[in-house]
Design a protein around this ligand. Sequence first.
Ligand code: FE2
Ligand code: FE2
Length: 213
Amino acid sequence: MTRQLSRADNLIHQFDTILRTLVPHAARPSRPSPAANLEETPMNEADREHVVGLMRINHTGEVCAQALYQGQGLTAKLPDTREQMEQAAQEEIDHLAWCDARIEELDGRTSLLNPAFYMASFGLGAIAGAVGDRISLGFVAATEEQVGKHLDDHLQKLPTDDRRSRAILEQMREDEAHHERWALEAGGTRFPLPVKLGMRLMSKVMTKSVYRL
Ligand SMILES: [Fe+2]
Ligand SMILES: [Fe+2]
């Protein structure tokens, strides 16, 4: 009976996470947005659209992160690192909510492709988790490395005076570097270059499509 209940609880929890990730404005951050005390800068239409496109990419990245952690959570054992993994997943929810709020402030919308990216990342996370903990953690590290590169690139591409978006991306950059370090210290495998190149290619496909859609 208890087992059945905990299984049902688990299912509800999983479903709740999916909804919070995919339904706009449903995610509740645990930390205030780094943009909270910064003034809005007036932007022309082209800049506004550009920033929305960039923030949409970052938002989808966070959707993928949630799905990745959730997929791994189902299959990985990770007895010593589960707590840290949950902490990282909570920080990704903050990122998701901050990006979502910024997109809304700029009158934009999140990507229509999010459900598809969620499913793909969930599957990859579950496979990595099932293969083994070192691979699973290595996958986290390689993903965070990739996300860090994106964030650096976006920090360059943002209009210089858009301080609100910049503050969000800078805090995310710091958190992702922390997640990467943690995953490697916890025993994550360093992926060989060809795997990293494959991941880079996939993320290119994501960024190109999500910037517009
Ligand atoms: Fe993140
Ligand atoms: Fe992260």
